[in-house]
Structure formats: C-alpha cells, structure tokens
Design a protein around this ligand. Structure first.
Ligand code: COA
Length: 176
C-alpha cells in the first residue's frame, strides 16, 4: 500500500516546488472543473511570476501530499489568511482542496486539513475565536466533500451576512 508524506510548501518557494505546484493546480482544474471557481483555461495563461505571487506569501499555507515512493504530488489544499487576501475583516479560508482520483479514499484530504489546521492553530495562538475560524464554501451537490467536512467537524455557517453563492454551502471550524 502506498505511503504518503504531508508538508506545507516553504516560503520563499523553490523553483522545483513552484513547478510542481503549477502542475498540480492545473491538474485539479482540468480534472474537477465543477469544484472550483477558477478555470483551467484562465489559469493556463498565468505567467510564472503570477503563479509565484499566488503561493509565495507568509499569509498563505499551501499544503501538499506526495506519494512517498515516487515523490509525485497527489493532493493539495491551501489556507488563505486575511493578510494574504488583503481583506483584514475576512476569515481564514480553505481553498483549492483536491486529491488525485487515483489516490482518493486513503485519508489524504483528511491529512491535508490536519496539517493546515496545525499551521493555523500556531499562527493564531491566543487570538479570539473569530481570528481562528477556518471557513470554506462547498457546492451543494459535492457529496464527497460535504461528507469529508462533516466528518472533520466543520459546521454550516448560519450567518446570513456571509456572501456565498446560492449553489454553495458556507462552512466553518475554529482551529484550536
Ligand atoms: C473531496 C476530496 C478532496 C476527498 O479527498 P480524499 O483524499 O478522497 O478524502 P479522504 O480519504 O481524506 O476522506 C476522509 C473521509 O471523507 C469522507 N469521504 C471522502 N470522499 C468520500 C466519498 N466519495 N463519498 C463519501 N464519503 C467520502 C469519508 O468519510 C472519508 O472517510 P472514509 O474513507 O474512512 O470513509 C476528493 O474527492 C476530491 O479531490 N474531489 C474533487 C475536488 C473537490 O471536490 N474538492 C473540494 C472542493 S470544496
């Protein structure tokens, strides 16, 4: 059975990690276009510097799961903080969650979220709950992702003020 390692991409990002990130990001947009707000066609046009600016920021944690024997990157998720988004009032957001179909149902998404939650817990230690919140939006029809988030303790955000497209459910958990 395959073994996996989980790690956040280091900032500043190395050239090799940047190339691997571009590859996995385009793979997720191509494989599961229904799950994301961006498109493969749109992001294919990014320059290398645009890609770098997306992940090379201390306010973003880009987590990777890699096949331990081949080194191939097979899963990814990111936490975007208010500092990264340049929106001081916004909560932290889990974005870009994806696992290569050949490696699903092996606990990779769960592992990616655990690493991200650890990072957020340390970053927001001692802060009030609203600063420790991790939010996400999941499409109403995305049964596998909804099952995953339910399992990990995410709850539906009831706040009617929250801006979320009607075809998605806003969810949250507090990282502490
Ligand atoms: C959703 C997704 C990230 C799950 O990745 P994964 O690595 O297969 O998930 P895990 O193996 O960590 O699953 C953990 C638990 O989540 C639930 N779960 C995950 N996929 C499921 C599925 N297809 N059906 C039912 N439950 C599922 C199960 O409870 C599972 O535990 P179990 O396997 O012991 O029953 C993956 O299916 C994916 O990349 N989908 C396409 C992109 C996407 O939808 N991203 C989310 C955007 S919000």
């Amino acid at each position: 059975m395959a073994e996996y390692k989980f790690f956040p991409i280091s900032v500043p990002v190395s050239e090799e990690d940047l190339t691997n990130y571009i590859t996995i990001r385009l793979a997720m947009l191509k494989t599961n276009p229904e799950a994301f707000g961006s498109t493969f066609t749109g992001e294919s046009k990014n320059t290398r510097e645009t890609w770098r600016a997306k992940i090379d920021h201390e306010g973003r944690c880009t987590i990777i799961s890699a096949d331990a024997s081949t080194g191939e990157w097979v899963g990814s998720a990111s936490i975007a903080t208010p500092e990264f988004m340049n929106k001081p009032e916004s909560p932290n957001a889990l974005i870009g969650m994806w696992v290569n179909p050949e490696h699903r149902r092996k606990g990779l998404a769960k592992g990616l979220i655990e690493v991200g939650m650890d990072w957020l817990r340390k970053r927001t230690d001692g802060m009030p709950d609203e600063k420790r919140m991790l939010t996400l939006e999941v499409h109403r029809t995305n049964e596998s992702a909804k099952a995953l988030y339910d399992l990990l303790g995410f709850r539906e955000l009831e706040d009617t003020e929250v801006e979320c497209p009607p075809d998605r459910i806003p969810m949250f958990i507090v990282a502490k």
